[in-house]
Design a protein around this ligand. Structure first.
Ligand code: HEC
Length: 161
């Protein structure tokens, strides 16, 4: 009997903890958090919570090895902070520009084609790890990079090697 009560208490505790966790994420992913800049004209778009969650899953699976917390391993000057994205040529601080980068990555000054050195979906032969991403997936992961800085103040910035 005592054992049963203990088990029930543990189960109840887990339940309460889980509820708190899901409350927090619901709070963080409110509509304004999910609303990001769509294009270089400054129009806005609101992603669904599912898109953000899926984008985060893909980012964690395929990008964090070089871009943990939005930083860039080997090139601190080209982080995923909104400021660095905005400074690129053409600016990348909007959804469509990031989708374009994941299809045709270019150097920060826009001069050089990086499709043979940075993962992108146009070269499934070179980047089999992201070969199965659909267009929707690319939109989700691009969108996640614009939502993430609102969720994590450490997003972007410097890595000390
Ligand atoms: C092997 C390491 C590596 C992987 C994996 C990688 N990146 Fe990168 N990424 C870099 C480097 C290095 C740069 C800087 C390139 C340059 O010098 O312009 C960069 C640049 C970028 C930029 C441009 C940032 C800016 O400020 O202009 C974006 C956007 C980006 N990566 C997104 C992604 C996404 C999304 C993924 C996962 C699908 C990914 N990267 C996977 C290494 C990587």
């Amino acid at each position: 009997m005592v054992k049963k009560i203990i088990l029930a208490t543990i189960a109840a505790l887990f339940f309460v903890l889980q509820l708190q966790v899901s409350d927090v994420s619901a709070l963080e992913l409110n509509e304004s958090t999910r609303t990001i800049v769509l294009n270089d004209g400054g129009e806005k778009v609101t992603l669904s919570s599912e898109q953000v969650t899926e984008g985060q899953r893909i980012f964690n699976a395929s990008c964090t090895k070089c871009h943990l917390q939005g930083k860039t391993k080997t090139n601190n000057n080209v982080s995923l902070s909104v400021g660095d994205l905005a400074g690129a040529e053409p600016p990348r601080d909007n959804l469509l520009a990031l989708v374009d980068y994941l299809q045709h990555p270019t150097s920060y000054d826009g001069e050089d084609d990086l499709s043979e050195v940075h993962p992108n979906v146009s070269r499934p032969d070179l980047y089999p790890e992201i070969r199965n991403l659909t267009e929707d997936d690319v939109v989700s992961v691009a969108g996640y990079m614009l939502v993430a800085p609102k969720l994590d103040e450490r997003w972007g910035g410097t890595i000390y090697f």
